[in-house]
Every structure is written in structure tokens, then in C-alpha cells.
Design a protein around this ligand. Structure first.
Ligand code: NOJ
Length: 557
């Protein structure tokens, strides 16, 4: 397999609004990021992906851009960006910019023009249609509740928005739109970007004729705009016109709904489109029939089936991006571990898994100290537009059970990951000298960076060691993946192998003791410890695993 920097890298995701406020306005900013670069260097990450920091009215916290070439007021200035970029590069940390190109803000000048008249030169930058009688042009639903269409009285037509009303979808069929986006990419490459994370990257192509969607699974209409085969022509063009000119650049597409087969098309080693994609299968296992407001408990065997399948199927043909959470997902320790008694053990166990799989690991801010979900009592205390719109549609207007709705928000809501970063045990967790834009998780007194740096047994120290080991270990990055005891509902066991080098990974996903039987072909082999979250002598063998124990052994064939 061809070696390259982004396969061997560990990437850290920053949600700037909640990372570090430098000027006391309660909102994180670019100077705040610059202040904390030594911290990231200490952790050992190679690159940072920063969620959008461009001009935005913040309907969706920056995922609604009104100027692609300027900095959001709350986050600072272009000088702050230049300084941050310089300081990152001085420390050998690369910068990945979030490219939000499926839609803009309705306050973007293109849209302001577009909505002015039917014959405006920018009209065709967006997707405008006549209604069907009194109704919207089709039955597609917005990801943020309600119809995906909004009627604009000025010109008597509807425009499409797969997200909020203030996030109109760009019309990628229009070559002028694609050229605009390529120019934006070139602009940020010139300014020092080393890569892009492409937002809503599976949604750019909308089926011709915009047919009605089938009812009953996921967001209505998604089969007509998500991973439609014709999208690949856009990516090949983007590659020809932009990406191929910058061979060191990295790209990762946020491809919701992607299957293994489609991932190989977007990110195959010879497909000349993107380098990697984020898949969502493991993150959405709870959803009953794709419905994010109807959750079930997921057996471990199903989580393992998804993760192992992606490991096996992409091996040798495409590259995985590995993540446990991001700014749209619950905290990993609350989701798959134990945020109570075994918080540390289970957080360490989960990151042992992430950093011993094939692919590029992404660590979301705060995960390295084992931050947990937030539990707020009422919907008014939340900020996320998805949660608020969901409440309005389902509870306020639809009569759904408020308690059940809040249970879903507590378990899966996006704000779980958006509480301010917990730097120390002083007021507001040291995030801001002012009033934080969103509630700080009250557990910041125990869970914070300061404590984590001082305690040799902290989650931080453990993840730092995992990163260090991964940088030294080619088998951890490139090795083949073989799973054992697939039907075991408590343990995840797999081996990584490269030539004669091996890593056996044993993970206990429960808060109880579990017995582990060493796979036959490893019996009698000598081993040493790679890492463990408990005391461990390093010799592989049958044994009892402690709650949420992770043990990784290095052995030779
Ligand atoms: C995916 C982003 O991760 C999410 O935060 C955002 O709301 C939507 N795309 C729309 O841009």
C-alpha cells in the first residue's frame, strides 16, 4: 500500500465556537485556537480540522456561510487566521478547512441576487421551482424538519434547502457554481490550507426532475439527492481542476448515507476523487428505520459488524476515516462507554479501538479528556437548530411525548458535543472570561485539561501514548484486519498484521468481568504489551478481562 502523510496522521477536530475564547465575549475564536496549539502539539496530533470559521449569520453555527473569503466576526480577523496558520505550520501541524459547498447562507450575496428576479444572472446559482398548485414542488423534507422548500413571494417560486430555510442549496449543475467553489478552494490553499473536509459531500447532485421521495425511511427524498451516481462527475472535475495540482492536499468528504461500494468510488486509491469519506453506519445504528427520533438499544455484535466490514472491505482499495464522534454526535464515552463509574476506563478502551484500526483517526475536541454528554432539562436551554426545529415540529405542533423527545436529545443531540471545552476548574471551565454562549458541563470541576495534564493516569496521557505508538507502528496504520469471536456480545477482538508483525486487540465493552479465550493460532506465541488501560504483563493467554479493559499485544508470526 502506498504510504502518505494523511494515512499516518492523527487528526484533531476543533469546533471553534466552543474551543477557547480569547476576548471574553463568550464565544471561542481563532486567537483562542492559536493559544492552545502547544497543547495540541503535546497531545501529538498531526493536523487539525477546524469547523467553519467564515462570515456567517450563525443559523447553524457557521455551516451557513455568507462570505467564503472572510472570517466570522465572532472568531476574529483575517490577520488572526494568518497568525494561526503560521503558528500551526511552525509546529508542524497541518490545517484542514471545512468547505461548506452544498449550500450557502441566504445572506450570501449570490442568494440575495438570486432571489431578486427570475432573470437575475445569479438565479441559476440556486434551485428554484414553481409549486404544484398550493404545494411545494415535491415532498422532500429538510434535515432540520419541515419541507425542504420555502416559498419566496418576491418571484413567486420555491427554493430548495436540504437544511434550514436560511441554508439554500447551491445548484451544482450550473458550471459557474462549480467554478466559484473551485476558486474558493484555491483561495484557501493559497492562504495555507493543507486540506478540506467537505460538508454534506454526498448531496451535491439532485436527481433530474426532482421526483417525490418514498415515505417511511430517513429524510423523505434522500434517495434522490444522496450518493446519486452522477455526483462522481463533479468530483472528477474537482480533482482535475483543483486537487490534482496539489498532491499533498488531503480531502475527506462527509458522505451521509454512503455504503462501502460508494465509498470505494469516492475515495478509491485509483478513483481520482477524494482521499477519504466519513461513513455514518456505526453512528446511526440506534435509529429505528432511519428515524433519529426513534431509538433502540444496539447490541455490540451489530456495532462490530459495521466497523469490521468497513475495515475488511476498504482494505487495499480505499482508506477509512475513523471517528467516534464529532460536533453532530453525542460524546463517545456516553454513547458506547460508561460516563459514570468507568468513565476513564471506557474512554480509554474506545480510543484504543479507534487508534488500532486501519484508517485515519479523527479525535474531536474534549474527547482526549473524556468529556461527557450534557443533560439539560428543557428544550429552551438548548442551542442546536436541529433540536429546536425537531421539538417544534414533533412536540409543539405534532403532539409527540415531550419526555421521549428530551430522552432522544440527551442521548443523541448535537449539543452534547458542543458544550465549551473544559480547560480547568475555574469559573466557566477556563473557556471564557465572559459569559459562555452555551452551558458548560457542570462536571468540569473533575473533568478538565489541567487535571488531565497533571494526572499520569488520565485519559489524555493514555491517548497521547496511543498516538505516539501509532506514529511508530506501521502495523497499526497499514496492517490487515482479522476479527475473532464475532458473535461475542461483550468483547471485540481483532488482529492487525503486516508482514510478520502483529497486534492483537482485545476490548471489553462491558462494565463486568468477561472471560477471554486466546484465538488458536496465537497460542504459544510470545508477546509483549503494546498498551493497556490496566496493569498487564503483556503475555497473551486465556484470562478474565476487567470492566472496559483494553489490552493490545504485539507479537510476531
Ligand atoms: C453537516 C455538518 O456537520 C452539520 O453540523 C451541519 O449542520 C450540516 N452539515 C449542514 O451544513
Amino acid at each position: 500500500m502506498e504510504r502518505c502523510w494523511w494515512k499516518e496522521a492523527v487528526i484533531y477536530q476543533i469546533y471553534p465556537r466552543s474551543f477557547k475564547d480569547s476576548n471574553g465575549d463568550g464565544i471561542g475564536d481563532l486567537k483562542g485556537i492559536t493559544e492552545k496549539l502547544d497543547y495540541l502539539k503535546e497531545l501529538g496530533v498531526d493536523a487539525v480540522w477546524i469547523s467553519p470559521f467564515f462570515k456567517s449569520p450563525n443559523t447553524d453555527n457557521g455551516y451557513d456561510i455568507s462570505d467564503y473569503r472572510d472570517i466570522m466576526d465572532e472568531f476574529g480577523t483575517m490577520e488572526d487566521f494568518d497568525e494561526m496558520q503560521r503558528e500551526m505550520h511552525r509546529r508542524g501541524i497541518r490545517l484542514i478547512v471545512d468547505l461548506v459547498a452544498n449550500h450557502t447562507s441566504d445572506e450570501h450575496p449570490w442568494f440575495a441576487e438570486s432571489r431578486r428576479s427570475r432573470d437575475n444572472p445569479y438565479r441559476d446559482y440556486y434551485i428554484w421551482r414553481d409549486g404544484k398548485g398550493e404545494n411545494a414542488p415535491n415532498n422532500w423534507q429538510s434535515r432540520f424538519s419541515g419541507s425542504a422548500w420555502t416559498y419566496d413571494g418576491q418571484t413567486g417560486q420555491y427554493y430548495l434547502h436540504l437544511y434550514a430555510e436560511k441554508q439554500p442549496d447551491l445548484n451544482w449543475e450550473n458550471p459557474a457554481v462549480r467554478q466559484e467553489i473551485y476558486d474558493v478552494m484555491r483561495f484557501w490553499i493559497e492562504k495555507g490550507a493543507d486540506g478540506f473536509r467537505l460538508d454534506a459531500a454526498s448531496m451535491f447532485y439532485k436527481d433530474k426532475g426532482l421526483p417525490d421521495g418514498a415515505l417511511g425511511r430517513g429524510s423523505v427524498g434522500e434517495e434522490h439527492y444522496q450518493n446519486v451516481p452522477a455526483i462522481h462527475a463533479y468530483y472528477r472535475e474537482m480533482y482535475d481542476q483543483v486537487l490534482s495540482r496539489y498532491p499533498e492536499l488531503v480531502t475527506v468528504g462527509e458522505t451521509s448515507g454512503v455504503t462501502v461500494e460508494e465509498a470505494k468510488k469516492y475515495a478509491g486509491f485509483s478513483s481520482h476523487e477524494l482521499n477519504m469519506v466519513f461513513q455514518f453506519e456505526h453512528a446511526r445504528l440506534e435509529y429505528v428505520n432511519g428515524d433519529k427520533y426513534n431509538l433502540r438499544k444496539v447490541p455490540l455484535t451489530q456495532l462490530k459488524e459495521v466497523l469490521s466490514r468497513w475495515q475488511r472491505e476498504l482494505n487495499g482499495t480505499a482508506w477509512n476515516s475513523l471517528y467516534l464522534t464529532n460536533h453532530d454526535q453525542p460524546r463517545s464515552v456516553s454513547h458506547w462507554g460508561d460516563e459514570g463509574r468507568y468513565r476513564r476506563e471506557s474512554a480509554k478502551m474506545l480510543y484504543t479501538m479507534l487508534l488500532t484500526m486501519q484508517g485515519t483517526p479523527y479525535i474531536y475536541q474534549g474527547e482526549e479528556i473524556g468529556m461527557t454528554n450534557i443533560h439539560l432539562d428543557s428544550i429552551e436551554e438548548y442551542e442546536d437548530i436541529q433540536a429546536k426545529n425537531g421539538w417544534r415540529e414533533l412536540v409543539a405542533e405534532g403532539g409527540a411525548d415531550p419526555k421521549k423527545f428530551m430522552d432522544v436529545i440527551h442521548a443523541m443531540g448535537r449539543d452534547n458535543a458542543r458544550t465549551p471545552m473544559q480547560w480547568d476548574d475555574t469559573e466557566h471551565a477556563g473557556f471564557t472570561a465572559g459569559t459562555p454562549w452555551f452551558t458548560v458541563n457542570p462536571n468540569y470541576k473533575e473533568i478538565n485539561v489541567k487535571e488531565s495534564l497533571e494526572d499520569p493516569n488520565s485519559v489524555f496521557q493514555y491517548i497521547k501514548e496511543l498516538i505516539r505508538l501509532r506514529h511508530e507502528s506501521r502495523v497499526a496504520v497499514y496492517g490487515d484486519f482479522t476479527e475473532f469471536a464475532k458473535e461475542n456480545e461483550a468483547l471485540y477482538i481483532y488482529n492487525r498484521s503486516l508482514e510478520k508483525e502483529n497486534l492483537l486487540v482485545v476490548l471489553n465493552f462491558t462494565g463486568g468481568e468477561q472471560s477471554f479465550r486466546l484465538p488458536e493460532r496465537m497460542r504459544g506465541k510470545k508477546s509483549e504489551l503494546y498498551i493497556s488501560n490496566y496493569e498487564n504483563d503483556g503475555q497473551m493467554g486465556d484470562r478474565t478481562l476487567r470492566p472496559f479493559e483494553a489490552a493490545v499485544y504485539r507479537w510476531r508470526e
